[in-house]
Design a binder for this molecule. Structure first.
Ligand SMILES: [Zn+2]
Length: 292
């Protein structure tokens, strides 16, 4: 996929390819028949995999899951997962869609899903050119929900967006970065308070996913007090204490938060060079004009 196609399609993928479903039904039982018929099954750490992918891809599946687990746990200092996760890997879109309709008939089509009911979560991914990105994204949801008693929607999606690319691209290789740096030069800082108000996936627009990613990137790679605020939030959540909103924590602990946020993206040297090279061929000016 070309860079341009990737950058433009991300908005739509972000809206439609990911969801964390809180379902009350016993979908695990409904998935049992499919899982039993999968040509390959194995366990990788906390992941129980059932695969109908081409056989030669299963080694790469193991690597992607191990890398995703390592990246999320190490970066966020999550410690041991409290439960296992089942990974269902469908041979193609048709078999994935049949399963989605059979198990969750009221849920609209999304390219991949993380589904969590009462028991351990399930990741559903089907074989197509971007399956690795889907597996990392949904795998991130799975690791978060297997480690924490709750995850705010915006943070859940922001972290999944951040970790959906390989480790070497997480700091300066995500398609959202060029957009955010361009927007920061115009003084745009997305509202974290607004993101914190999103409680339903249907309320999350493409720009919300980018904004959530931007706040995660700022907290992980911005000033140390911002990273401390995120770590404190995750630690308190893991211990089942109700932490203060991250917007309050960041405002209280990061001096001149708005300036620090804007400077974080404006001064990003790698992105600066890329943005210059791209000029405006991605239509960034037009997209910026649509900002709220
Ligand atoms: Zn997601």
């Amino acid at each position: 996929m070309s860079l341009k196609t990737e950058a433009l399609s991300r908005n739509w993928l972000a809206i439609w390819c990911t969801v964390t479903c809180s379902v009350g039904m016993n979908f695990l039982g409904n998935s049992f028949a499919w899982a039993e018929s999968a040509p390959a099954s194995w366990r990788t750490g906390p992941f129980i995999c059932r695969s109908a992918f081409p056989e030669e891809e299963n080694a790469r599946v193991r690597e992607v899951l191990s890398e995703a687990l390592r990246d999320v746990k190490e970066t966020l200092e999550l410690g041991r997962l409290d439960e296992s996760v089942e990974i269902l890997l469908f041979a193609d879109r048709a078999s994935y869609t049949r399963h989605l309709k059979a198990v969750l008939p009221s849920v609209p089509y999304r390219r991949a899903m993380f589904v969590k009911g009462r028991g351990p979560g399930q990741v559903w991914v089907h074989y197509q050119p971007d399956w690795e990105e889907d597996l990392r994204h949904e795998g991130t949801h799975a690791v978060l929900h297997a480690s924490l008693p709750f995850v705010p929607l915006w943070l859940d999606e922001g972290l999944a967006e951040y970790f959906e690319v390989t480790r070497d691209r997480q700091v300066d290789g995500h398609a959202h970065l060029g957009w955010m740096q361009f927007a920061s030069h115009w003084g745009y800082m997305p509202s974290l308070r607004k993101l914190e108000g999103r409680s339903d996936l249907a309320d999350m627009r493409g720009r919300d996913y980018r904004a959530a990613w931007a706040w995660v990137h700022f907290m992980l790679h911005g000033p140390p007090p911002a990273r401390d605020a995120l770590q404190r939030f995750l630690r308190d959540t893991r211990q089942d204490r109700r932490p203060p909103m991250l917007s309050q924590e960041l405002t209280a602990n990061v001096p001149s938060l708005r300036s620090a946020f804007l400077r974080h993206f404006q001064d990003h040297a790698v992105t600066k060079r890329r943005l210059h090279a791209r000029s405006d061929k991605f239509g960034l000016v037009k997209r910026l004009a649509k900002l709220p």
